[in-house]
Design a protein around this ligand. Structure first.
Ligand code: ATP
Length: 513
């Protein structure tokens, strides 16, 4: 089995074993691509949300946050284009009976060409050593140029066919490239069809009067329909932003990668409203700001890259993804889109209400342009969880599994561990717990050997373990063990709050943005 697959399997089983993620309604054999977050998962998720909310709303004087409803008036989705255009092109393999996204099959094919291109560059870098001029090599090497041209030709043909709704050509492209079902190798494909990803539901009691609704496929529209409400009540002038964290629902065609692609998931979206003509400048700015936000988590700069879109969504005039190096390769983590005035204009048209801003400097009313940043909370969870989960061999030859999460995001900040319950150690430990619990999420554990308890905390990423022994009763000191260095030091109980705060405060990551 490929190593990457092993890593991914370990991620999934660790997430379940340690109370991070369970398959939804597991006692009924689960529900495909729907997951529940357990006790540790919910904490980690809340901390990720806090990191995002603080970075967006708290640190930016001109961004405010809202919480709009999941159910919206159905015309919203007509206006936004989702009823007509929120489709994925799907294709079935007749032999394996598996369903795929046609565009993903083609993109994966191009990613393989890109890998070849990279290998060519790496080979040359080794051959030429210090004298290697990458830019020049990339601009002149015939093989690299050929790979690039081929990739670009394929992607632009696909983009054009999708734009023109020419699905027969998408199928023709798959056949010409001899793309096979990645699992079985079969090239026996059906035609390509469009499939709308929105979940429908009904509002109202009686069948006749019930209104057809959709579960929102993105949180953004809740922001657009509230644009004027928020602008007027917050009295913000342009440019200003509205942020929101919430659930979104998509009936995904292919949902096989754990929490990477779910049918019910959470988004953290921010729509930044700007004057027409300034949107591309803000688009560039937000691309860089969002990348910095990710890098501040310390998962390694080399694990992120931008992917500028060839195929633009119906609402965008520029778009890029921030991709992360997941256990199954580089994939989209966040989207940054210059959405123009498409959404607000469409809502004006469908609602008959004006959604404009009076700009005192330009002395005119206009529909603002919008730059959106949209990150999947669950994908970010997966990025953190998979990257931070490590098996380590210690100096004495023993092994441990550690989840080296950024301390501010760790579900539990410290574990309070009395060496034993008797002799008053349990009571002393409880006293420490009750004092620190107002500031930090803690765990209290008195069962099993200290070594075993340390391992359990390592596995859920707890930055500190605090051990209370007999000496503690006399000198009011405890042993503080650091998750990452495993160094144990004796510290006064009175210093605990300061030490834990220093390590786990959000300021540590927020100040790097
Ligand atoms: P993809 O191309 O992977 O389907 P998308 O381009 O449709 O994603 P957007 O509509 O831009 O995604 O949504 C913004 C973010 O929401 C994505 O970057 C991703 O992190 C997250 N997201 C989208 N769909 C899902 C899903 N099915 N499960 C989990 N997260 C998702």
């Amino acid at each position: 089995m490929a190593k990457q697959e092993d890593v991914f399997k370990k991620v999934i089983s660790h997430a379940k074993e340690y109370g991070f993620i369970f398959p939804s309604s597991e006692i009924y054999d689960g529900l495909s691509a729907v997951y529940d977050y357990g006790q540790n998962g919910a904490e980690l998720k809340n901390n990720i949300k806090q990191y995002w909310w603080k970075a967006m709303v708290q640190l930016n004087e001109n961004i405010v946050g809202i919480d709009s409803a999941i159910l919206m008036h159905p015309t919203t989705w007509k206006a936004s284009g989702h009823v007509d255009a929120f489709n994925d092109p799907l294709i079935d393999n007749k032999d394996s009976k598996k369903r795929f996204r046609a565009d993903t099959l083609i993109e994966d094919y191009c990613a393989k060409i890109e890998d070849k291109e990279k290998k060519e560059i790496e080979k040359a870098a080794k051959r030429f050593g210090d004298a290697f001029d990458k830019d020049q090599f990339v601009a002149t090497n015939p093989k690299v140029l050929e790979y690039r041209a081929r990739r670009e030709a394929i992607l632009s043909r696909m983009a054009k066919s999708l734009e023109n709704e020419d699905l027969a050509d998408v199928k023709a492209l798959i056949e010409e490239l001899e793309i096979a079902d990645p699992d079985t190798g079969s090239k026996n494909w059906t035609d390509v069809r469009q499939f709308n990803l929105m979940f429908g539901t009904k509002l109202g009691a009686s069948a006749d009067s019930a209104m057809d609704l959709y579960l929102r496929p993105e949180t953004a529209q809740g922001i657009f329909v509230n644009f004027l409400n928020v602008q007027k009540t917050s009295r913000h002038k342009l440019p200003f932003g509205i942020a929101q964290i919430g659930k979104a629902f998509r009936n995904e065609i292919v949902a096989r990668q754990f929490i990477f692609r779910m049918r019910e998931f959470e988004q953290m979206e921010m729509q930044f409203f700007v004057a027409p003509g300034t949107e591309l400048e803000f688009y560039e700015k937000w691309k860089q700001t969002r990348l910095k936000w990710h890098l501040a988590l310390g998962l390694g700069d080399e694990n992120y890259r931008f992917h500028d879109h060839e195929k633009l969504a119906h609402y965008a005039n520029a778009a890029a993804d921030i991709e992360f190096n997941f256990p199954f390769g580089f994939k989209e983590l966040e989207g940054i889109h210059s959405r123009t005035d498409f959404d607000l204009k469409a809502h004006e048209k469908f609602s008959g209400r004006k959604l404009q801003f009076f700009d005192p400097e330009r002395n005119e009313n206009y529909v603002p342009y919008v730059v959106e940043t949209s990150v999947g909370l669950d994908r970010l969870f997966l990025a953190l969880f998979s990257h931070c989960l490590k098996d380590e061999v210690l100096e004495d030859g023993s092994e441990r599994t550690v989840l080296s999460l950024p301390p501010a995001l760790a579900p539990v900040k410290a574990a309070i561990l009395p060496l034993m319950k008797k002799d008053g150690l349990g009571e002393y430990a409880e006293k420490i717990f009750n004092d620190l619990k107002y500031d930090f999420n803690l765990i209290y554990e008195e069962k099993d050997s200290i070594g075993k308890r340390y391992r359990r905390q390592d596995a859920i990423g707890t930055p500190y373990c605090i051990t209370i022994d007999h000496d503690s009763l006399n000198d009011h000191t405890v042993t503080l063990r650091d998750r990452d260095t495993m160094v144990q030091e004796r510290v006064p109980v009175s210093e605990l709050r300061r030490i834990i705060d220093e390590k786990t405060n959000f300021r540590n990551i927020l100040s790097k943005i």
